[in-house]
Design a protein around this ligand. Sequence first.
Ligand code: FDA
Length: 384
Amino acid sequence: MEYDAIILGAGAAGLMAAATAGQAGARVLVLDHADKAGKKILISGGGRCNFTNTGAEAACFLSGNPHFPKSALARYTQWDFLALVERHGIAWHEKTLGQLFCDGSARQILAMLLDECARGGVDIRLATQIGEIGHGDGRFRVAGASAANLVIATGGPSIPKMGATGLAYRIAERFGLAVVPPRPALVPLTLGPRDAAFRAIAGLSCPVTARVGPASFKEAALFTHRGLSGPAILQVSSYWSPGTPVELTLLDNAPELLREARRQMPRARLRAALSEHLPNRLAELLATQIGLEKQLANCSDADLERAADPLARLTLHPTGTEGYAKAEVTAGGVSTAALSSRTMAAKALPGLHVIGEAVDVTGWLGGYNFQWAWSSGWAAGMAI
Ligand code: FDA
């Protein structure tokens, strides 16, 4: 069968590109090895799909070229996607920090995309192995079909048990496109023997400012049996590399709070003062580590300053991440240097496009990654 475009991957980006190109009059075929389209959409946002973020802009993405996402994000914005959601009568709400979720179910977002594909006359073939990709005479040949355009939308290897693979990188390399080494991102971090004491407070969550290098996020952190998780940690994990410490600010104005505690509860000890502001088990652990045994009334300003240090900046030393099995996304991917930011087409081979998570563009937690899938998918769809 002859098409104008063959899209590999019936996920968020592939379905958006297919609907856009199909509705513009192109004959489009989507291929996927999974038995269902959009599996990650269905499990996203705890089943409610955090489908975009009102604050989406290039600064919320990591990429070898931080300017690269600007064009697609500006041409197909979070407001464009929200308008589509509203046209389909899907009720939504803002949860926090600009994150937009369905009131009902992520299934509505997938149904909307499939409906948009149907309107564009898109053929979707599931449970199909991609196999060999032929290329010659300006056409790509895959699974018995041929087209002038091939769109790689097979995502990254995060959550392999859902069928995620590194196929995008293999195809890119075959066509001579550079790949920035992929790594798990938005992923829990593990702690080793050096920080073992914190694994003992597994299950405890508290608001922090987490920092890795210049990146900082003020959200909740969760201590786990293996190390650290929670939104603040997932956010900084994308910036983390082996050997880099993670710093947590547990109390914003720690010295002042301790001096105030000395005034208010002079006979108490540090642990009691900390329990006023932090979960009990964390307060106990920190007080033990700080080792200031005196009643607060007997503590000098210098004692309190020293005690405040780890509260203002608790330094932990992750030994690794929990890997692709637990990573919400994959950072790195097909190098933006090889692609046009306007059309997502390979500069050296304009019929070949790469979109979504397969590209070296990775969003923060909070709906940014889907927005990139919609924006990059739309940009490629318009160019076909
Ligand atoms: P996506 O992974 O969606 O699609 C790729 C498609 O290619 C899949 O259908 C797959 O089957 C297919 N494929 C892969 N390898 C293949 C092969 N070898 N042969 C054939 N087909 C192949 N983001 C966000 O913004 N808000 C959120 O709420 C969430 N929540 C969330 C929860 C969980 C648990 C995860 C794992 C991820 C999220 N994300 C998220 C991230 C978001 O799901 C992700 O960034 C997008 O789905 C990426 O869209 P793509 O279309 O690029 O890849």
